[in-house]
Ligand binder design. Sequence first.
Ligand code: ATP
Ligand code: MG
Length: 246
Amino acid sequence: MTAEAEVLSLKNIHMAFGGVVAIQDFSLDLRAGEIVALVGDNGAGKSTLIKIVSGVYTPTSGTIRLGGETTSFADASSARSKGIEVVYQDLALADQQPVYMNMFLGRELTKPPFGLLDKARMRQESQTLVDELDVRIPSASSTIRDLSGGQRQGIAIARATHWASKLILLDEPTAALGVAETARVEELIANLKAKNLAILIISHSLDQVFKLSDRICVLRRGEQIGIRETAKTDKNEIVSMITGVA
Ligand SMILES: Nc1ncnc2c1ncn2[C@@H]1O[C@H](COP(=O)(O)OP(=O)(O)OP(=O)(O)O)[C@@H](O)[C@H]1O
Ligand SMILES: [Mg+2]
């Protein structure tokens, strides 16, 4: 692997909450244009790992390298400022607001001289983005509460894509969606590869994992069981890695 291609490198990450060891000795390299799936049973440590990479938690020990440089995140906004965006299962969208305000939530565009919100520009840039990603919504002025779950998740992914320069973390992005909506969101995720971002996705659906990922990383009770190339493994192997039953 070349140094340029390495987006994120985790080395010997350890995370304990008091006496509970949530992650022990976890190491993973993520490359640009690659989708890695993180799988494991409930409580395996998947969300904890995503929270470490997104700056919500500081690991007890271990190293995080971003673009080849050792880094640490003071908090989630420090990770965001370094090009890392997260999409959660339960959406962090403002229901009463239009799509374009959500797209720029916390990073609103303003115009001189009085610093008023530049709604026209936010609307236009949001529209361009949803069109480009083919997120099918009535318009960038639609209110979030009038959209379907799949459309909302489409907006959350579009927002992450807009702001992420390096890495997108997805924590069960389709868990709350129906079949057709899930398929649509999976298409969006697959298309992100073309943007040369690195993508780490947590999913309980092995169908989804096998459809989307290049590699699969298995956690069991905080322990890293192994990493497989998706094309060189099968569901039986992954299930036995997850459960520990051969
Ligand atoms: N803030 C916290 N304080 C104490 N323990 C925690 C905290 N967050 C997570 N844990 C513990 O760490 C372990 C891993 O939890 P985590 O949420 O990462 O699991 P997960 O793999 O995401 O599970 P799920 O599939 O159910 O979402 C669990 O035993 C959990 O109880
Ligand atoms: Mg979780």
